[in-house]
Design a protein around this ligand. Structure first.
Ligand SMILES: [Zn+2]
Length: 148
């Protein structure tokens, strides 16, 4: 790492600290030439995932927005806050596992529906009715019939 002050090519690391969650490494560096010290940060590159909306518009994937959507869809059901949290975490990691940097909003809807279905049928139906056009229509109808 080049010296911030004198541009000397050869600086030394005098201290390395890893942040609590392990995503940031902070290094204290010393320049033997000008004797100055500076800090560098090393971070995991977090590639933004873009969500493709129905109109083709793209926006950055936002777990908070996903959480709010699930909370809205699961109101008055037995789905707990912890279960919602688990779904958000799982869906986020499923999205990030692939190489794709873009995902259609209906694919996210399908992932959420898949997890909700395992937890609470009523919540799943409610969610699916909101995102009806995103889930398999036949499967949705089958589920509704089972409940009636
Ligand atoms: Zn220097």
């Amino acid at each position: 790492m080049i010296c911030l002050f004198c541009k000397n090519q050869d600086t030394e690391v005098i201290e390395t600290r890893i942040s609590e969650n392990g995503t940031v490494v902070r290094r204290r560096r010393h320049c033997p030439k000008c004797q100055k010290r500076f800090t560098t940060y090393e971070r995991v590159e977090d590639l933004p995932i873009l969500v493709i909306k129905r109109e083709g518009k793209r926006e950055r994937f936002d777990p908070e927005k996903l959480r709010r959507g699930i909370i809205r869809a699961t109101g008055k059901t037995t789905v707990t806050a912890q279960q919602i949290e688990n779904i958000v975490t799982q869906v986020e990691s499923e999205i990030k596992q692939g190489d794709a940097t873009e995902i259609e909003s209906k694919a996210i809807g399908n992932l959420v529906a898949k997890h909700l279905k395992k937890i609470d049928k009523v919540a799943y139906i409610r969610f699916a009715s909101v995102f009806r056009r995103f889930v398999d229509v036949e499967e949705f109808e089958k589920e509704v019939k089972k409940l009636i």
